[in-house]
Design a protein around this ligand. Structure first.
Ligand code: FAD
Length: 494
């Protein structure tokens, strides 16, 4: 990560900086712009909404309370993210938790109890192995051995084997490797929901093996941190300040309508905006999510193999929920895996996050898989969530008593927000890994970034950031090789 960051700073200053128009001010777009200014170019980021961050965007309600698009966790394995925090001088905003993974035992008939994987301070992979061997609540010793045997080909053949498992779902892989069903039920339903908001019968095994690889190879790979407040103000805004202080620009409320092509029917001439204006640049990077990108593609490109290839990719639905309660629950200062049918991970943000600290609980929960719920009303979703919370907080939450007139022994809901993202990160179903597009496209002045594009991290914040960096690198390399078609002189925005 550091070497690639240095690549940008060490580029000879361009005689004529390129104006690079970047679609989207999510992490991929801001990352591409950040590294392009480092290389001496002039990015202009065009964001459709009035809020930074895309899938990490957060909003303030009428009481001034923040609610987010998703509960976001930063892992120690996020090398590019850690490097960025250090470059921006904001490392102290990451609130690291103890090196553990904590699973609720509620669905296993032990409401209110947790099972922990505690990673000791010894080198990887030994810390991971000790964590697994010491936990006897979730898997028996023979089950751990059978799972370990199943993993032998991944250990022996490394990344090649991991990539070859793309077409196999997690559940089918378990069957193929003779891993007992209970391993899937106890661990991998929760893992699949946390990694990609879907179940193990759909998720590509490559995704799980890639995550395990990162977690087991790096001593602090699975260590988790919460940001100390909303991602737009605590992470995206410092990126914008950095970009603008160095000659770049970030424009909000600027939605791209189409890519306008030159007479060759291939090269991008300019961007047409929905407000009727245009933006002219030397090079263009789209970081729009894959579903939107497919709608923006010019007809002339649609028959090209590169663009046709990723047509099956699409975003997966997910719902993020915030519930403010009238009292402090007995909570744990960490991310928790609910292992409940409707919920994925959750945290009491009034405890885990400095920016949201309070003497009353505010739960943030990811609701997944969400395909059957995305069209339902907020009231239905909250009712179903409270039913699950009853098992996670026995004696403290009772769904039927959570209204104002409910039994005083149980917590009352003060307010809630439900954020639905019908198409979030790309659905990493079996067979989708191979069709993720590269950052370099067959169009000489058009590049792609976004967490769905090909990079060794998953559809994650790290993946988005890294993809932006890779796209910026491709722009620099294309400039060096004089591949970017010469157009009019660099102008200020049209
Ligand atoms: P986006 O964030 O989607 O950015 C694309 C931007 O393009 C948006 O701002 C959008 O408004 C803009 N745009 C779209 N169309 C146009 C247009 N026509 N003109 C101009 N702009 C346009 N990752 C983790 O690492 N850890 C986690 O714990 C985690 N939890 C998550 C929980 C949830 C509920 C969700 C939804 C995601 C989570 N993620 C997590 C994934 C992470 O948020 C994403 O991978 C990452 O933020 C994607 O960034 P991106 O820049 O690729 O795309």
């Amino acid at each position: 990560a550091k070497v690639l960051s240095e690549f940008f700073k060490n580029q000879p200053r361009p005689e004529k900086p390129l104006k690079v128009a970047i679609v989207g001010a999510g992490l991929a777009g801001l990352s591409a712009a950040k590294y392009l200014v480092d290389a001496g170019h002039q990015p202009v980021v065009l964001e459709a909404r009035d809020v930074l961050g895309g899938k990490v965007a957060a909003f303030q309600d009428e009481d001034g309370d923040w609610y987010e698009t998703g509960l976001h966790i930063f892992f120690g394995a996020y090398a590019n993210m850690m490097n960025l925090f250090s470059e921006l001088g904001i490392e102290d905003r990451l609130q690291w938790k103890c090196h553990s993974m904590i699973f609720s035992m509620a669905s296993q008939g032990k409401p209110g109890e947790f099972s922990r994987f505690d990673f000791p301070e010894i080198p990887a992979p030994w810390n991971g192995l000790v964590a697994i061997l010491r936990n006897n609540d979730m898997l028996t010793f023979p089950e751990k051995i059978q799972f370990g045997l199943g993993l032998l080909p991944a250990i022996a053949f490394g990344q090649k084997y991991v990539d070859e498992q793309d077409g196999v779902s997690v559940k089918d892989w378990m069957k193929k490797q003779n891993v007992p069903d209970r391993v899937n039920d106890e661990v991998f339903i929760a893992m699949s929901k946390a990694l990609n908001f879907c179940d193990p019968d759909e998720l590509s095994m490559t995704v799980v093996l890639t995550a395990l690889n990162r977690f087991l190879q790096e001593r602090h790979g699975s260590k988790m941190a919460f940001l100390d407040g909303p991602p737009n103000t605590r992470l995206c805004q410092p990126m914008v300040d950095y970009i603008e202080q160095r000659g770049g620009e970030v424009r909000m409320n600027t939605r791209i309508k189409s890519f306008e092509l030159m007479d060759d029917g291939k090269t991008v001439d300019k961007l047409a905006l929905v407000d009727g204006t245009e933006v002219d640049a030397d090079a263009y990077i789209s970081t729009a999510p894959v579903d939107i990108l497919k709608l923006l593609l010019p007809d002339q490109w649609k028959s090209m193999q590169y663009f046709k290839g990723f047509d099956p990719l699409e975003g997966i639905p997910v719902i993020n929920i915030h519930i403010w309660l009238d009292r402090k629950l007995s909570t744990v200062d960490h991310l928790l895996f609910s292992r409940s049918p409707l919920l994925s991970v959750y945290a009491d943000m009034s405890t885990t996050c400095k920016g949201y600290a309070d003497d009353k609980s505010m739960l943030e929960l990811v609701f997944a898989p969400a395909k059957d719920w995305i069209g339902r009303s907020d009231e239905d979703i909250i009712e179903a969530t409270m039913g699950e919370l009853e098992r996670l907080f026995p004696g403290e939450i009772k769904a039927s008593e959570s209204g104002e007139d409910g039994d005083a022994r149980y917590a009352k809901i003060k307010k809630y927000h439900v954020v639905k993202t019908p198409r979030s990160v790309y659905a990493a179903y079996a067979g989708t890994g191979d069709i993720r597009p590269t950052q370099r496209t067959p169009i000489d002045n058009f590049f792609l970034a976004g967490c769905f594009t090909k990079q060794k991290y998953l559809a994650s914040m790290e993946g988005a950031l890294f993809s932006g960096k890779l796209a910026a690198e491709q722009v620099c390399l294309a400039d060096k090789a004089s591949r970017i078609p010469k157009k009019k002189a660099v102008q200020a925005a049209a």
